[in-house]
Design a protein. Sequence first.
Length: 94
Amino acid sequence: MKLSVIVPVYNEATTIESVLQRIASVPVGKEIVVVDDGSTDGTREILMHLKKKDSLAPLCCLYHDRNQGKGAAIRTGLKQISGEIVTIQEADLE
């Protein structure tokens, strides 16, 4: 079975790398789908850098042009997942 982790993100530059590393370290087959919901604090640039580094588990980064809310970010993520099990992880280490 594959786990799909949707991470809705809005202005989480201080925590996004840490939360993604923690998710990637969980020893199960997974994909990580991050949906940046129009961040303006540098989160998007951090995600682009992490995606380029390719050091995390299969990472898919999607970007909204403007903030549409957490529900919209989750719906966008749900369209991209391929796992049999889905979870949502907050980007603020909650």
